[in-house]
Design a protein around this ligand. Structure first.
Ligand code: ATP
Ligand code: MG
Length: 265
């Protein structure tokens, strides 16, 4: 453990929940949850579709407003901040989605520089830093390409460069690599690990894929039905719940003997 272990948590959530009101009635996307992530940790959120992973992640930067509870990130209580301070605090939090929401009328460089424009950085410095960030993700030869001229993996790397150009303390990734081929996925995951090792960036990764969690994460929350069912230490994984065991089992690949968590075949 480093000295950072004593520092304030990178993310601290107390009694945080999210209930959506829908025509069919209320949906508890996240039940009251406590969660603490230390600076420099890489944490995974695993679970089946609809478990509440994206909701939990989006609550970490207030893309969703919690129904109850307090969300502290990088030393500030996001739930008590006004609009302008919240925007400033959010610059310390990068986010990468599965669907790379790039601006189609901007080049790769323009897309990355945009994140700095929002932060009030001058034009020249924006371009320099955006170029540098694109180099980090191996796209120095694509700075002038538009999203439509890039492959899926290249677009995702532009999105990553954009998330990183503000040098965030916390990086939130929602299925950041699940649409990509294994080669591109692995190179991006390696890059995230390096970022964590070199800059101490705290990383939270939502994934269905135990391989991703196994390779990158130090510990993982297993989520089901809007709640964290179990935490698994990835250096010594001993899941107690059938769901946790299922996830770990699938790391070895599927066979006809693989048992589904509900006991069905
Ligand atoms: N804006 C919304 N309005 C109503 N219900 C929502 C909304 N967003 C999410 N939900 C519901 O909350 C639950 C959790 O959704 P969430 O997107 O967090 O799941 P997830 O674990 O990320 O799933 P996936 O792996 O499919 O992305 C689901 O039942 C979903 O239908
Ligand atoms: Mg999701």
């Amino acid at each position: 453990m480093t000295a950072r272990a004593n520092a304030a948590p990178a993310i601290d959530m107390r009694n945080v929940s999210k209930r959506f009101q829908t025509e069919a009635g209320p949906v508890d996307a996240l039940r009251p949850t406590d969660l603490t992530i230390a600076p420099g940790e890489i944490v995974g959120l695993l679970g089946f579709s609809g478990a509440g992973k994206s909701t939990l992640l989006r609550l970490m930067n207030m893309l969703e407003t919690p129904t109850t509870g307090v969300v502290q990130v990088a030393g500030a209580d996001l739930t008590s901040l006004g609009e302008a301070p919240l925007r400033r605090q959010r610059r310390k939090i990068g986010m990468i989605f599965q669907l790379f929401n790039l601006l189609s009328h901007e080049t790769a460089l323009g897309n990355v520089a945009f994140a700095l424009r929002v932060a009030g950085v001058g034009r020249r410095e924006r371009r320099e830093r955006a170029r540098e960030a694109l180099k980090v993700v191996g796209l120095e030869d694509k700075v002038d390409a538009y999203p439509a001229q890039l492959s899926g993996g290249q677009r995702q790397r532009v999105a990553i460069a954009r998330a990183l150009v503000n040098e965030p303390d916390v990086l939130l990734c929602d299925e950041a690599t699940s649409a990509l081929d294994p080669h591109t996925s692995l190179s991006i995951l390696r890059f995230l690990k390096r970022l964590n090792a070199e800059r101490g960036t705290t990383i939270v990764i939502v994934t269905h894929d135990i391989k991703v969690a196994d390779y990158v994460c130090q510990r993982c929350a297993i989520m089901q039905d809007g709640a964290i069912r179990e935490w698994i230490d990835m250096s010594d994984p001993r899941p107690a719940s059938p769901l946790g065991q299922f996830f770990l089992e699938t790391a070895k690949g599927w066979t006809d003997e693989t048992v589904l968590p509900d006991g069905s075949a």
